[in-house]
Design a protein around this ligand. Sequence first.
Ligand code: ZN
Length: 51
Amino acid sequence: MTAKTCAACDCELDASLIKVKIGGKTVEVCCDDCARKLKEAHGSAATSGKG
Ligand SMILES: [Zn+2]
């Protein structure tokens, strides 16, 4: 199985996947929106946001 999935929404990734660095690690997401979600989730530690 070499199918990759979005690190944010777990949907299947196409050839138009986006690579984003999170905490020194490179993850792949399906769209720029998911990339932002991961960045925000990683950056906001003090903010109270459980989901
Ligand atoms: Zn996604």
